[in-house]
Write a protein that binds this ligand. Sequence first.
Ligand code: NDP
Ligand code: 2IT
Length: 444
Amino acid sequence: MSYVDEVIERIVQENPAEPEFHQAVKEVLESLRPVVEENEEKYRRDAILERLVNPERQIKFRVPWVDDKGQAHVNTGYRVQFNSAVGPYKGGIRLHPSVNLGIIKFLGFEQIFKNSLTGLPIGGGKGGSDFDPKGKSDREIMAFCQSFMTELYKYIGANADVPAGDIGTGSREIGYMYGQYKRIRGLFEGVLTGKGLSYGGSLARTEATGYGLLYITEELLKCNGHSMKGKTVVVSGSGNVAIYAIQKACELGATVLTASDSTGWVYDPDGIDVAALKQIKEIDRARLTEYKKYRPNSEYHEGRGMWCIKADIALPCATQNELTLADAKLLVTNGVLAVAEGANMPTTMEATEYLQQNGVLFLPGKAANAGGVATSALEMSQNSERISWTFEEVDTKLRNIMVDIFHHIDAAAKKYGFDKNYVIGANIAGFEKVVDAMQVQGIV
Ligand code: NDP
Ligand code: 2IT
């Protein structure tokens, strides 16, 4: 049996009931076959793949908090410190009832390669909790965040592990967590990113993931003889990534037809109104059912299903495995040109293969959504220097990073004979730097 197959088999056996983690490991290791085959003897001797797929450390803890009625609750907190070969662990904190160890491990594993692709010195990690922020008061959110940080602070630090936002964790939650860290440690340091601008946050971090997604998609299109201008786009999600992806797509001259949340989706034939979306989601924290009040011409549909809308580009920006084989078939039937993942692993493996086999340009999340963590690393730089760059400075750096990522993954795919297979390109390009750092640092 090949080394890759052996490691995949062991990871499935040793980590039962973690299907998303198995999926992420399989996708990456399958892509790495040509590199592993070239170096099999050395990698086996040094247990490179075993060390790559086993987190350096995984922390699980109890998070007790009290609701507004005086009732105590207990949630589970996680931080998986996956790989620090190229820099301090870096990755977001997800607050969602679906969170479990397997979800955090898949996200942490993906983060290793994504962070490597940014070209910046950040290792891979991820954290979170099964706490559900929906419907909670500000005081309840604060109580949870303070309790979460009261345990997490022991394991993180500006040069050790720097968490940030993800699903359910935005600037409000980061603020409460930062305040509690500072109070316990007595350190005003860049231990979190996605901070508010008044206490060390970076301009353009809020916009970065969505903007970065469009910068790399524009480069992909340009290199394949197209552009965003005049294109129609279907987007899923209506959170941080989706909102700023929609905003930048509009700025580049495209029309975005859809947005979604966990209960339904909207179709706006005149183009999604970003100001209305921000009011509903960022300010009112309400459901998308409200959208019709702003745009009477739009349609609201319960459930999922926006992939049936005909468009040139699809940008899944909500959550993992939200774009299935059936959805991919609809997209192909409707003549989709490109799919770029704003979310982490939103496309199932079967759907990805189907899109690629049918000539759709496909950008995987670890390249396409790397603008968020890249700008987090720029926030870390600004914190270290104790200065703040202008919006334009950060945005220009972000754009350059995304363009560089595209050419890097494109070149890696070509080098191994998989021209335009950006999944293989991203996995190989992300791996190359990490494996080099791991090898020269010895067996640790
Ligand atoms: P938000 O919490 O801001 O928004 C998430 C959006 O996705 C909401 O519209 C939410 O709907 C929807 N959603 C979440 N879970 C589900 C689900 N199980 N089924 C259907 N819809 C769902 O998160 P972000 O925008 O920050 O994150 C979105 C994706 O992008 C995630 O995969 C995240 O890991 C990834 N990502 C985020 C980055 C960042 O900087 N924030 C960087 C790189 C990737 P509802 O409001 O109803 O829950
Ligand atoms: O998935 C991701 O890359 C993020 N949620 C952002 C992580 C970060 O550290 O900014």
